[in-house]
Design a protein around this ligand. Structure first.
Ligand SMILES: [Fe+2]
Ligand SMILES: [Fe+2]
Length: 232
């Protein structure tokens, strides 16, 4: 006989599951953190990852109108403010990411010219589809626990590799270090909303399915990068 977990227990157990998921400790991340990297390898990573960075806010704008809670826009205000840059677009997350690309020696033209890996496209198309679909809880799982909660763990590996292999300044890698802090706060906002919808086993299932689907796309994305950066 199974009893339904209460909302907080469910969220906690899902977070534990994500912390140990293969996508957030992918071999690509481990190699990026530990091996000697050339600037070309880091640039290859940087340009593929930029494709995800620049569309992230679209998932949020797809998702928001589907959430039945009247205070959803208020709850997410801080998330949007952080994404768009509080008072200036120069601090939007894509803008901070472009600072990183520039510091890597990549000119503006390189950002548009990059050949997008099939795995990168699959990640983006998959998330657009999930957040455009009618199941808001599934989408909430993909963007809340699937993104905001999982990112600090993955970015720690990336920062380690960047620090070891480049002379980039703290400012140059701010995009990454800032997400380690901000996404912890964003996950809290998402959880506040999520906790209202995961009182039932059905709600828990939909939410978890969304998170795991997002992580499956994430694993595929790192698979692609492993091939492109390390050749295997
Ligand atoms: Fe962000
Ligand atoms: Fe975030």
């Amino acid at each position: 006989m199974s009893t339904t977990m209460d909302a907080q227990t469910f969220i906690h157990s899902l977070e534990e599951e994500i912390l140990h998921h293969e996508a957030v400790h992918h071999p690509f991340l481990k190699r990026f953190a530990s091996e000697k990297l050339t600037v070309e390898q880091i640039q290859t990573f940087g340009l593929q990852h930029y494709q995800l960075v620049k569309v992230f806010v679209n998932y949020m704008t797809n998702l928001l109108p589907k959430i039945p809670d009247k205070d959803a826009a208020d709850l997410f205000r801080t998330v949007f403010d952080d994404e768009f840059g509080q008072h200036t677009i120069f601090r939007s997350h894509p803008a901070l990411y472009r600072n990183f690309l520039k510091a890597l020696g990549l000119p503006d033209e390189a950002w548009g010219r990059v050949k997008i890996l099939p795995e990168t496209s699959r990640f983006i198309e998959g998330h657009k589809e999930m957040t455009r679909g009618k199941d808001f809880l599934f989408a909430l799982g993909a963007i809340g626990p699937g993104h905001e909660f999982s990112i600090p763990t993955m970015f720690a590996y990336l920062i380690e590799g960047l620090k070891k292999n480049t002379s980039l300044t703290d400012e140059d890698v701010e995009y990454f270090s800032l997400h380690i802090v901000e996404d912890v706060e964003h996950a809290v906002v998402f959880n506040k909303l999520i906790s209202r919808h995961v009182e039932t086993e059905e709600g828990q299932k939909r939410l978890r399915d969304g998170a795991l689907q997002s992580l499956a796309y994430r694993k595929t994305f790192w698979d692609g990068l492993q091939r492109a950066v390390f050749g295997a």
